[in-house]
Design a protein around this ligand. Structure first.
Ligand code: AMP
Ligand code: MG
Length: 432
């Protein structure tokens, strides 16, 4: 069944990407099971219920500066104002602020009742009012010609969120900022979606485990370790299976086991060679093929299919089918096709609201020659230090070049109708 796939029979990159995006959107409608994890272990997980504010945020009108709480109209008249009191962060709300006075206040402290603005410490002049027989009382005034408006340097109670308001929807990827927000709401743990189980099946008679010393003609299984890292980063639970041989029997046994996963990534065996036996093996398992090639380089022989689910105790969380990608065996091809097509499906299976590869603009540092017909994703190094990202290709020896891939931090996208890209032009990069 492994037939050479002519370009015309294959989907364009845009067609394949749109197809996968549509599937991912549909998949995202059914939500995975939820479980609770501590806040400390929630990074990288996906929120399974909306996070709600347990109080008004902020819970009191808060000063954002060290300075003096005042009535803006009084302060803007530049008359000396007596210091009526002092509140530091952690003190209970105080006041009322008497007329013609200010109240010393620290960043994060509650603004006293009656005040409507906070003058920054750096914006006041200090003076003393002499009162007969008594020690002079300290006063301040707003340094002319500055004026201050009501609301300045105060965040009002509930300005960020009111009690009970949804701060984050279910499906949000949890990172440091989301953890901080959850902590501010008093959440010591969070409901997150169970991670989809992602089987990784490497195929090839030449592939040996990484701990083995390869004999002549053999190579270590670098792709399984790479894909496991990519799966973890994308929110999946990697499940590395033993390497399958290039025989029908070995593939049949491996696939029967692997289809218990929510998503199956097979590497190798999908090209047009004599021992590329994966497609027929998938067909024997009852696979439904969505596409069997895309006009991209690297990654042209990519297969997207679904397998009927294994029933019984191993049944996957999806319950009906195991989504399956046959990734071309070269590691760069596997990496690119995972990023472009498998990652969006995995994100949807993980319950995420956002999926799809991320692209950005960059300025090309040197000319790039290309052949039209395929959309190319070439390992590239981009510097993000200046105002405009600058990208250049990493020298490589084709899609087996792991060293080149390891030096790249993005892929340069060469559109399928381009025969060259010129230095200085704005180009698209696929972010990792
Ligand atoms: P294939 O797609 O099976 O024709 O493999 C294409 C190339 O990728 C061959 O040179 C394989 O040796 C190599 N390759 C396949 N699987 C892996 C793997 N798991 N790790 C590293 N290289 C691989
Ligand atoms: Mg092979």
């Amino acid at each position: 069944m492994s037939t050479r796939k002519s370009n015309n029979a294959l989907l364009t990159y845009a067609e394949a990407a749109a197809f996968v995006a549509k599937r991912a959107q549909r998949l995202a409608r059914s939500k995975p099971a939820a479980e609770r994890v501590t806040l400390a272990s929630a990074a990288g997980r996906v929120l399974a219920e909306s996070l709600r504010a347990d109080t008004d945020q902020p819970p009191f009108a808060r000063s954002t500066r060290d300075g003096f709480a005042c009535r803006a109209a009084e302060a803007s008249a530049h008359r000396p104002l007596a210091i009526a009191g002092s509140t530091r962060a952690g003190d209970p709300p105080s006041g009322p602020l008497p007329r013609g006075a200010v109240w010393e206040i620290m960043t994060g402290a509650p603004v006293p009742r009656g005040a409507d603005a906070v003058i920054m410490l750096e914006h006041v002049e200090f003076a003393h009012i002499e009162s007969a027989g008594a020690a002079s009382a300290p006063t301040i005034r707003l340094s002319p010609p500055r004026i201050i408006k009501p609301g300045e340097n105060i965040v009002l109670r509930g300005a960020q969120a009111h009690k009970g308001a949804a701060l984050l929807p279910a499906g949000t990827l949890i990172g440091a900022a989301q953890i901080a927000l959850a902590a501010s709401c008093g959440c010591t743990d969070l409901a997150v979606y169970a991670k989809p189980r992602v089987a990784i099946l490497s195929t090839g008679d030449e592939i040996v485990p990484i701990a083995a010393k390869p004999k002549p003609g053999q190579i270590r299984n670098s792709s399984a370790a790479m894909l496991a890292a990519m799966v973890s980063a994308a929110g999946g639970q990697p499940w590395i299976l033993p390497i399958a041989r290039d025989t029908d029997k070995s593939l049949d046994t491996a696939l029967a086991r692997a289809s218990a996963a929510d998503l199956l990534l097979i590497t190798g065996g999908v090209s047009a060679g004599k021992f590329d036996l994966v497609e027929p093996a998938l067909a024997r398992q009852g696979a439904r093929f969505h596409f069997t090639g895309v006009r991209i380089q690297p990654g042209k022989p990519l297969v997207f299919a679904e397998l009927p689910c294994t029933t019984g105790p191993n049944q996957n969380q999806n319950g009906t089918k195991c989504w399956c990608f046959g990734l071309p065996g070269n590691p760069v091809s596997s990496a690119v096709t995972f990023q472009l097509f498998a990652a969006p499906i995995l994100a949807a299976l993980a319950g995420r609201r956002d999926f799809g590869p991320r692209f950005a603009f960059a300025r090309l540092a040197a000319d790039v020659k290309a052949k039209p017909g395929l959309t190319r994703f070439l390992p590239a190094a981009c510097t993000f230090s200046g105002p405009v990202p600058k990208v250049k290709l990493v020298a490589w020896q084709g899609s087996g070049d792991l060293a080149a891939m390891a030096l790249a931090n993005c892929y340069l996208v060469v559109p399928d109708d381009s025969d060259s890209l010129h230095a200085g032009t704005t180009v698209n990069i696929l972010l990792l």
